[in-house]
Design a protein. Structure first.
Ligand SMILES: [Cu+2]
Length: 293
Protein backbone atom coordinates (compact mmCIF):
# COMPACT_ATOMS: atom_id res chain seq x y z
CA UNK A 1 0.00 0.00 0.00
CA UNK A 2 2.81 2.36 0.90
CA UNK A 3 4.47 1.62 -2.42
CA UNK A 4 1.28 2.54 -4.24
CA UNK A 5 0.85 5.76 -2.25
CA UNK A 6 4.49 6.76 -2.72
CA UNK A 7 3.88 6.97 -6.48
CA UNK A 8 1.51 9.87 -5.78
CA UNK A 9 3.57 11.42 -3.02
CA UNK A 10 4.80 14.63 -4.60
CA UNK A 11 5.55 15.92 -1.09
CA UNK A 12 8.84 14.04 -1.38
CA UNK A 13 9.80 16.56 -4.07
CA UNK A 14 10.01 19.33 -1.47
CA UNK A 15 13.49 20.64 -0.76
CA UNK A 16 14.86 20.05 2.72
CA UNK A 17 13.22 22.18 5.40
CA UNK A 18 15.57 24.48 7.35
CA UNK A 19 12.97 26.79 8.93
CA UNK A 20 11.54 26.66 12.45
CA UNK A 21 7.97 26.99 11.15
CA UNK A 22 8.61 24.81 8.08
CA UNK A 23 7.38 21.50 9.52
CA UNK A 24 4.02 23.01 10.48
CA UNK A 25 3.60 24.42 6.96
CA UNK A 26 4.59 21.08 5.41
CA UNK A 27 1.99 19.31 7.57
CA UNK A 28 -0.70 21.72 6.36
CA UNK A 29 0.43 21.19 2.78
CA UNK A 30 0.31 17.40 3.26
CA UNK A 31 -3.25 17.48 4.64
CA UNK A 32 -4.50 19.60 1.71
CA UNK A 33 -2.55 17.49 -0.77
CA UNK A 34 -3.94 14.11 0.41
CA UNK A 35 -7.50 15.50 0.58
CA UNK A 36 -7.03 16.64 -3.03
CA UNK A 37 -5.68 13.23 -4.07
CA UNK A 38 -8.66 11.47 -2.44
CA UNK A 39 -11.20 13.79 -4.06
CA UNK A 40 -9.48 13.45 -7.44
CA UNK A 41 -9.84 9.64 -7.40
CA UNK A 42 -13.36 9.78 -5.95
CA UNK A 43 -14.68 12.17 -8.63
CA UNK A 44 -12.85 10.67 -11.60
CA UNK A 45 -13.58 7.13 -10.37
CA UNK A 46 -17.30 7.90 -10.16
CA UNK A 47 -17.23 9.61 -13.53
CA UNK A 48 -15.61 6.56 -15.14
CA UNK A 49 -18.06 4.22 -13.43
CA UNK A 50 -21.10 6.18 -14.60
CA UNK A 51 -19.70 6.49 -18.12
CA UNK A 52 -19.50 2.69 -18.19
CA UNK A 53 -22.82 2.06 -16.43
CA UNK A 54 -24.83 4.41 -18.64
CA UNK A 55 -23.00 3.70 -21.89
CA UNK A 56 -24.93 3.62 -25.17
CA UNK A 57 -26.86 0.39 -25.61
CA UNK A 58 -29.15 -1.13 -28.18
CA UNK A 59 -32.68 0.05 -27.41
CA UNK A 60 -31.56 2.32 -24.54
CA UNK A 61 -33.59 5.49 -23.98
CA UNK A 62 -32.38 8.80 -22.61
CA UNK A 63 -34.61 10.78 -20.29
CA UNK A 64 -34.67 14.31 -18.92
CA UNK A 65 -33.63 14.78 -15.32
CA UNK A 66 -34.37 17.99 -13.40
CA UNK A 67 -32.01 17.76 -10.47
CA UNK A 68 -32.13 16.36 -6.96
CA UNK A 69 -32.30 18.73 -4.00
CA UNK A 70 -30.77 16.28 -1.53
CA UNK A 71 -27.73 15.67 -3.74
CA UNK A 72 -27.28 19.39 -4.48
CA UNK A 73 -27.54 20.43 -0.84
CA UNK A 74 -25.05 17.68 0.09
CA UNK A 75 -22.43 18.73 -2.43
CA UNK A 76 -22.79 22.33 -1.32
CA UNK A 77 -22.55 21.68 2.42
CA UNK A 78 -19.73 19.11 2.39
CA UNK A 79 -17.21 21.33 0.55
CA UNK A 80 -18.26 24.28 2.72
CA UNK A 81 -17.41 22.30 5.86
CA UNK A 82 -14.18 21.07 4.25
CA UNK A 83 -12.96 24.54 3.21
CA UNK A 84 -14.00 26.17 6.49
CA UNK A 85 -12.16 23.39 8.33
CA UNK A 86 -8.98 23.90 6.29
CA UNK A 87 -9.30 27.65 6.92
CA UNK A 88 -9.54 27.21 10.70
CA UNK A 89 -6.75 24.61 10.72
CA UNK A 90 -4.40 26.82 8.68
CA UNK A 91 -5.09 30.02 10.60
CA UNK A 92 -2.49 29.37 13.32
CA UNK A 93 0.40 28.88 10.90
CA UNK A 94 -0.80 31.80 8.77
CA UNK A 95 -0.71 34.06 11.83
CA UNK A 96 2.74 32.76 12.77
CA UNK A 97 4.26 33.38 9.37
CA UNK A 98 2.40 36.42 8.03
CA UNK A 99 0.85 38.57 10.78
CA UNK A 100 3.11 41.54 11.46
CA UNK A 101 1.68 41.79 15.01
CA UNK A 102 2.70 38.17 15.76
CA UNK A 103 6.24 38.38 14.43
CA UNK A 104 8.98 37.81 16.99
CA UNK A 105 11.42 40.50 18.03
CA UNK A 106 14.03 40.58 15.24
CA UNK A 107 17.67 39.73 15.94
CA UNK A 108 18.66 40.89 12.46
CA UNK A 109 16.93 43.33 10.11
CA UNK A 110 17.60 43.45 6.39
CA UNK A 111 15.92 45.48 3.66
CA UNK A 112 15.46 43.93 0.23
CA UNK A 113 14.46 45.48 -3.08
CA UNK A 114 13.50 43.36 -6.06
CA UNK A 115 14.35 44.75 -9.47
CA UNK A 116 14.34 43.50 -13.02
CA UNK A 117 16.24 41.17 -12.68
CA UNK A 118 17.92 40.67 -9.33
CA UNK A 119 17.88 41.57 -5.66
CA UNK A 120 19.44 44.44 -3.72
CA UNK A 121 19.99 43.92 0.01
CA UNK A 122 20.68 46.66 2.55
CA UNK A 123 22.36 45.59 5.80
CA UNK A 124 22.59 47.81 8.89
CA UNK A 125 26.21 46.77 9.52
CA UNK A 126 27.77 45.82 12.82
CA UNK A 127 25.78 48.39 14.85
CA UNK A 128 22.52 46.67 13.83
CA UNK A 129 20.90 50.07 13.16
CA UNK A 130 20.01 51.60 9.83
CA UNK A 131 20.87 55.20 9.16
CA UNK A 132 18.35 57.40 7.38
CA UNK A 133 17.07 55.77 4.20
CA UNK A 134 13.94 55.53 2.06
CA UNK A 135 12.54 52.72 4.22
CA UNK A 136 12.59 54.56 7.55
CA UNK A 137 12.13 58.10 6.26
CA UNK A 138 9.81 58.90 3.35
CA UNK A 139 11.63 62.15 2.62
CA UNK A 140 14.77 60.13 1.87
CA UNK A 141 13.03 58.80 -1.24
CA UNK A 142 14.39 61.89 -2.99
CA UNK A 143 17.85 60.33 -2.60
CA UNK A 144 16.89 57.15 -4.43
CA UNK A 145 18.78 56.65 -7.69
CA UNK A 146 20.26 53.90 -9.81
CA UNK A 147 23.43 54.02 -7.74
CA UNK A 148 21.61 54.48 -4.43
CA UNK A 149 18.47 52.33 -4.70
CA UNK A 150 17.71 52.49 -0.97
CA UNK A 151 18.06 56.28 -0.75
CA UNK A 152 20.76 56.02 1.93
CA UNK A 153 21.64 59.37 3.50
CA UNK A 154 25.42 59.09 3.83
CA UNK A 155 25.44 62.29 5.91
CA UNK A 156 23.75 60.39 8.74
CA UNK A 157 26.52 58.93 10.98
CA UNK A 158 24.42 55.79 11.53
CA UNK A 159 24.65 55.14 7.77
CA UNK A 160 28.43 54.80 7.91
CA UNK A 161 28.42 51.01 8.26
CA UNK A 162 25.22 50.37 6.27
CA UNK A 163 26.10 48.52 3.09
CA UNK A 164 24.35 47.29 -0.04
CA UNK A 165 24.98 43.99 -1.79
CA UNK A 166 23.47 42.64 -4.98
CA UNK A 167 22.31 39.01 -5.13
CA UNK A 168 24.47 38.26 -2.06
CA UNK A 169 22.12 37.33 0.73
CA UNK A 170 23.64 36.21 4.04
CA UNK A 171 21.81 35.47 7.27
CA UNK A 172 22.93 34.07 10.61
CA UNK A 173 21.72 30.67 11.81
CA UNK A 174 19.28 30.37 14.75
CA UNK A 175 18.28 34.04 14.63
CA UNK A 176 14.97 35.78 14.02
CA UNK A 177 15.60 37.46 10.68
CA UNK A 178 13.23 40.26 9.67
CA UNK A 179 13.28 41.27 6.02
CA UNK A 180 11.46 44.43 4.87
CA UNK A 181 10.76 43.90 1.21
CA UNK A 182 9.71 46.09 -1.67
CA UNK A 183 10.37 46.47 -5.39
CA UNK A 184 11.74 49.28 -7.50
CA UNK A 185 9.85 48.35 -10.67
CA UNK A 186 7.25 45.56 -10.98
CA UNK A 187 5.86 42.81 -8.74
CA UNK A 188 8.42 40.24 -7.67
CA UNK A 189 8.13 37.38 -5.20
CA UNK A 190 10.83 36.76 -2.62
CA UNK A 191 11.08 32.96 -2.53
CA UNK A 192 13.32 30.89 -0.26
CA UNK A 193 12.13 27.31 -0.88
CA UNK A 194 14.20 25.66 1.87
CA UNK A 195 13.08 28.31 4.38
CA UNK A 196 9.42 27.85 3.34
CA UNK A 197 9.21 31.59 2.67
CA UNK A 198 7.40 33.12 -0.29
CA UNK A 199 6.24 36.72 -0.22
CA UNK A 200 5.31 39.08 -3.02
CA UNK A 201 7.17 42.36 -2.94
CA UNK A 202 5.20 45.28 -4.31
CA UNK A 203 6.43 48.66 -5.52
CA UNK A 204 5.30 51.51 -3.28
CA UNK A 205 4.81 49.49 -0.10
CA UNK A 206 6.87 47.44 2.37
CA UNK A 207 6.12 43.82 3.27
CA UNK A 208 7.35 42.24 6.51
CA UNK A 209 8.93 38.81 6.03
CA UNK A 210 10.43 36.81 8.88
CA UNK A 211 12.05 33.44 9.41
CA UNK A 212 14.45 31.61 11.70
CA UNK A 213 16.73 29.04 10.03
CA UNK A 214 18.34 26.23 12.01
CA UNK A 215 20.84 24.83 9.51
CA UNK A 216 23.88 26.48 7.97
CA UNK A 217 24.60 26.01 4.28
CA UNK A 218 24.03 27.40 0.81
CA UNK A 219 20.47 27.47 -0.52
CA UNK A 220 18.44 28.87 -3.37
CA UNK A 221 16.82 32.30 -3.56
CA UNK A 222 14.47 32.84 -6.49
CA UNK A 223 11.81 35.17 -7.81
CA UNK A 224 8.46 33.37 -7.91
CA UNK A 225 6.54 36.00 -9.86
CA UNK A 226 6.72 36.15 -13.65
CA UNK A 227 8.21 39.65 -13.83
CA UNK A 228 9.54 40.09 -17.34
CA UNK A 229 11.88 38.69 -19.96
CA UNK A 230 14.74 38.04 -17.54
CA UNK A 231 12.62 36.41 -14.84
CA UNK A 232 14.36 33.06 -15.34
CA UNK A 233 17.67 34.67 -14.37
CA UNK A 234 16.33 36.24 -11.18
CA UNK A 235 17.79 33.62 -8.91
CA UNK A 236 20.75 33.58 -6.60
CA UNK A 237 22.18 31.53 -3.81
CA UNK A 238 22.09 32.62 -0.21
CA UNK A 239 24.06 31.46 2.76
CA UNK A 240 23.03 30.66 6.29
CA UNK A 241 26.17 31.34 8.32
CA UNK A 242 27.28 30.61 11.86
CA UNK A 243 27.08 33.65 14.16
CA UNK A 244 30.85 34.17 13.97
CA UNK A 245 30.90 33.68 10.20
CA UNK A 246 28.10 36.23 9.81
CA UNK A 247 29.86 38.78 12.03
CA UNK A 248 33.08 38.29 10.06
CA UNK A 249 31.19 38.92 6.82
CA UNK A 250 29.68 42.14 8.26
CA UNK A 251 33.17 43.31 9.28
CA UNK A 252 34.56 42.51 5.84
CA UNK A 253 31.77 44.47 4.13
CA UNK A 254 32.27 47.44 6.48
CA UNK A 255 35.96 47.48 5.58
CA UNK A 256 35.20 47.28 1.88
CA UNK A 257 32.81 50.22 2.19
CA UNK A 258 35.31 52.28 4.18
CA UNK A 259 37.95 51.57 1.54
CA UNK A 260 35.58 52.60 -1.24
CA UNK A 261 34.74 55.89 0.51
CA UNK A 262 38.35 56.70 1.42
CA UNK A 263 40.09 59.45 -0.61
CA UNK A 264 41.55 57.76 -3.70
CA UNK A 265 45.15 58.80 -2.94
CA UNK A 266 46.75 55.78 -4.54
CA UNK A 267 44.35 55.80 -7.48
CA UNK A 268 45.22 59.32 -8.68
CA UNK A 269 45.71 59.31 -12.47
CA UNK A 270 49.31 59.09 -13.54
CA UNK A 271 50.65 61.81 -15.83
CA UNK A 272 49.79 61.31 -19.47
CA UNK A 273 46.69 59.32 -18.55
CA UNK A 274 44.33 62.17 -19.31
CA UNK A 275 40.96 61.63 -21.00
CA UNK A 276 42.47 62.98 -24.24
CA UNK A 277 44.78 59.96 -24.34
CA UNK A 278 41.70 57.82 -24.90
CA UNK A 279 40.73 59.64 -28.07
CA UNK A 280 42.76 57.31 -30.26
CA UNK A 281 40.80 54.28 -29.00
CA UNK A 282 37.41 55.73 -29.88
CA UNK A 283 35.47 52.98 -31.59
CA UNK A 284 33.07 55.37 -33.28
CA UNK A 285 30.22 54.04 -31.16
CA UNK A 286 27.96 57.04 -30.49
CA UNK A 287 26.93 55.86 -27.07
CA UNK A 288 30.45 55.05 -25.95
CA UNK A 289 32.48 58.14 -25.18
CA UNK A 290 30.45 60.70 -23.25
CA UNK A 291 33.55 62.87 -22.80
CA UNK A 292 34.06 63.72 -26.50
CA UNK A 293 33.02 67.28 -27.43
CU1 LIG B 1 11.14 38.98 -10.38
Amino acid sequence: MNDILSVFDMLAWFPENISTFGQELDNLFAVIYWISVAIFFLTFGLMGYFMWKYRAREGGRGYNYHGNNIVEITWTILPTILFAGIGVYSDAIWETTKYSSKMPKPDVEIIVLGKQFGWYFLYPGADGTFGRNAYNDRTARALMSATNPFGIDENDPASADDFVVENQFRVPVNANVMVRGSSIDVLHSFFLPHARVKQDVVPGTWMNIWFNLFKTGTYELACAELCGGGHYAMRAEYQVLSKSGYDAWLDQKAMEKAAALAPPAAAAPAEGETPAADAGTDTGNDTGDVWSE
